[in-house]
Design a protein around this ligand. Sequence first.
Ligand SMILES: Nc1ncnc2c1ncn2[C@@H]1O[C@H](COP(=O)(O)OP(=O)(O)O)[C@@H](O)[C@H]1O
Ligand SMILES: [Mg+2]
Length: 401
Amino acid sequence: MSSNNIKISCQNLWKIFGPHPEKVISFCTDGLSKENIFQNTGCVVAVSDVSLEVPKGEVFVIMGLSGSGKSTLLRCINRLVEPTQGEVFIDGEPMSGLNEKKLIQVRRKKLGMVFQHFGLLPHRRVIDNVVYGLEVQGIDKAERAEWALKTLDLVGLSGWEDSYPDQLSGGMQQRVGLARALVIEPDILLMDEPFSALDPLIRRQMQDEFIKLHEVLGKTVIFITHDLIEALKLGKHIAVMKDGRIIQIGTPQDIVTKPADDYVTDFVRDVPTGKVLQAGNIVEEPSQLATMDQEPGVVLSTMEAKAVENLFVVDSEHKLKGLVMMADVAEAVHRGETNLNGIIKADPAVTEADRPIEQLIPMAVASDIPIAVVDQQKRLLGVVSRVSLLSHIGTSGVADR
Ligand SMILES: Nc1ncnc2c1ncn2[C@@H]1O[C@H](COP(=O)(O)OP(=O)(O)O)[C@@H](O)[C@H]1O
Ligand SMILES: [Mg+2]
């Protein structure tokens, strides 16, 4: 990936709270545990040697148990917390190079923040909460109101502008929180467990709305959560944190199929894999293929040798043409045909590689024939058999494998 595609990057970032924090870094690199260091020095290692890159326009999730350092890491990115060591780059610019004035400008114009407990001002109407970020930028009143109304509309709160926060449900209050972050038209949204305080149903609804909003706005987002399902649903990439360190960075599929250690395994144990795994994650080599120009006699002996009842047929570019059945091949041999043209069935079950496997179940139930997995050019990537599909549906059970 070219570096100008990277919006946010952290390089060997450390945050240690307590006396003489710089001295403590060497204890960590010597392998002492967070707890050990706290007992010996009174220092808390909140962020430990974190490096990560967030591409432009991506939702990047940071996940971990409470106390693992997620909020501190987020606050190091906008320098609400001053890192002990290491560097944060935004658009390739080191954040440490900004003086106080510049830093405030960057925060006000580039970075929108959304918090778990909404952080709304109770005595201000909804609209006055939203315009706050514009007031401090010195934008005039009429323009502020216009932007605020537009943004409230974007988050589905048209008509609520004159209400007070306590007249709104939790989900609506967080929409105000989101509008307040969005109204400054930031490049980056930093979201610290924004949905964690909401009831499960509302939370799911907010996640869905957030996904739609992100498709429209395309902002770069760092989204913190301690909820794996939320992480898997929203994140293009997920970083898993423990004791200040990043244990694993990967796609949702990576995290579920290849958890880096026991900590990540514990997180993914009960994941409904049918939603997370995609056809491409469980695709297998077909035992055998036929090509268009093969003689039926050759194909028939292949089928007998492999003891298969059907074969997928591809052309010279490996594009899927269809499927032949053993009985039809035998008849074609009998009729003395020289190729497969007359007997190819053109409508086998087909899926693209990025389809969640739970959506393959109806296809697998309808037919014994494996499902063909193709790329966008219709080239055959492989097959998904019913057995393989069923063995991957359910909870991941990675620990048992
Ligand atoms: N201002 C602070 N002073 C001292 N310790 C802190 C401070 N802020 C956070 N910590 C400690 O740093 C660690 C990481 O905290 P935090 O970043 O809030 O984790 P998370 O957001 O994952 O729950 C915890 O052990 C916490 O107690
Ligand atoms: Mg936190």
